[in-house]
Design a protein around this ligand. Structure first.
Ligand SMILES: [Zn+2]
Length: 319
């Protein structure tokens, strides 16, 4: 670019290019975003000798008095309020998208860990079956005086499986790290039948050792003991799944088929940010299932009973 050196911008080639403005030149058209190209875009309109800003030599302009130069140049334009707000809004949108994506990814990982927990509990159950001649563990049994017994003097299925697994660690869905808001109540995980958070298909599989003639014996051929080798299709038969405390605040430890509708005893469908929950089946596979494909809409119907009843019978007669 030809012209007088005192009228030209100086471009620094190292680091951020910027323009050095000479004190004796008034530039118009400079913009903060255009500093690096400013030597092309700016138009000096006044210099100390009344010279034009172009690269060619020019004579004194009209009105040039030959006096010393006047220190004047246009001030670089600052951000306007609108520009700042637009940038802030864009950053806020990007951050909200990023946070939502990270939150979803974290919950997805927790869902996978939950399935792993359930599968390891199923393996613990296999060890239990081998030790007890193929009979499934009771969902509750009297254990007065035992330090693990709850306030009713009972222990539960997870206490029995705990000796083949890692105690309190596995029966803990990782999404239950914080308080859970359920309807009007708040609850949090604990190692007892109220708040364990994993329910056992105990109505069909678990021994219920209370001798009052209720439920299991009435529905299933008068048997208290259920052998594992009679399961028709282990890949269809639920063992454990995500479960919430029931409306009274108890029994998150069970998935109790006769009361799925009236007492919300079915698979919990809200824990893992979806309309379903995790289940493990008696063949050892775990999956996330929509509650609409597992929980019957009405109690004591044939709907989905093939996933609950190990013999996949139509609804048994009885109360
Ligand atoms: Zn879970």
């Amino acid at each position: 670019m030809a012209g007088r050196p005192d009228l030209m911008h100086t471009i620094q080639l190292q680091g951020r290019p910027r323009v050095e403005r000479r004190a004796n030149v008034k530039y118009v058209g400079c913009h903060w975003l255009l500093d690096c190209q400013c030597y092309l875009a700016c138009s000096p309109i006044q210099d100390n000798g009344g010279q034009a800003a172009s690269g060619t030599q020019a004579g004194p302009e009209k009105g040039d008095t030959g006096n010393p130069p006047i220190l004047s140049w246009t001030r670089a334009r600052a951000f306007t309020l609108i520009e700042v707000l637009v940038v802030v809004a864009i950053i806020a949108v990007l951050v909200s998208i990023l946070v939502a994506s990270l939150s979803a990814a974290r919950e997805q990982s927790r869902r996978v860990i939950c399935q792993s927990n359930l599968q390891q509990l199923q393996k613990a159950n296999v060890f239990y079956l081998q030790a007890f001649k193929g009979i499934f563990p009771p969902h509750r049994f009297e254990a007065y005086g035992d330090p693990l017994a709850d306030n009713t003097g009972e222990k539960h299925w997870f206490h029995l499986l705990g000796q083949y697994a890692r105690g309190k660690e596995l029966p803990h869905c990782p999404t239950l790290k914080w308080d859970v808001q359920q309807d009007a109540n708040t609850w949090s995980w604990s190692y007892n039948s109220k708040n364990i958070g994993y329910g056992y298909n105990a109505f069909f599989l678990g021994l219920y050792n209370h001798q009052d003639g209720e439920t299991c014996r009435t529905y299933i051929e008068g048997r208290l003991w259920w052998p594992e080798n009679r399961i028709k299709r282990p890949a269809d038969n639920i063992l454990l799944g995500d479960s919430n405390p029931k409306p009274g605040g108890d029994w998150s430890s069970t998935l109790w088929w006769p009361y799925i509708n009236r007492a919300k005893e079915g698979l919990n469908g809200t824990r893992h940010r979806g309309k379903g929950g995790n289940l493990v089946f008696n063949d050892g596979h775990a999956e996330f299932r929509r509650t609409k494909s597992i929980n019957p809409e009405r109690d004591n119907t044939d709907q989905y009973i093939r996933f609950w009843d190990p013999l996949q019978r139509p609804k048994p007669s009885g109360p």
